[in-house]
Design a protein around this ligand. Structure first.
Ligand SMILES: [Zn+2]
Length: 103
């Protein structure tokens, strides 16, 4: 493909009307317009969707972590570390029973 990408770049943004033309050679034609690999609307959309999915996964994982911390605080509220050390086995058994019940 001899054509050049039809995208015009303006700082971080790009537009079809303003800014200076992208210097990359076109790789694909979308709706009759040439685009380089970086500005191909399908690739742009795929990158955006991947970023969104990554952000969602990160948010979900942080929320899971926060909820776990909260759950641990609730479960251990009022129990001293000394008691934990003394009753480690009993506490573990209790937590395993609880886990089995709420799974
Ligand atoms: Zn381009």
């Amino acid at each position: 493909m001899e054509e050049q990408c039809s995208v015009r770049i303006m700082g971080e943004e790009y537009s079809v009307r303003l800014g200076s033309p992208c210097q990359n050679p076109a790789k694909v034609i979308r709706d009759g317009k040439p685009y380089c690999g970086m500005h191909d609307p399908d690739a742009v959309k795929a990158r955006r969707e991947r970023r969104n999915a990554e952000a969602d996964a990160k948010w979900a994982s942080e929320r899971e972590r926060d909820r776990r911390r909260e759950a641990i605080l609730l479960l251990t509220y009022g129990i001293s570390v000394k008691v934990f050390d003394q009753k480690r086995k009993e506490i573990r058994e209790f937590l395993e029973t609880l886990q089995a019940q709420i799974k």
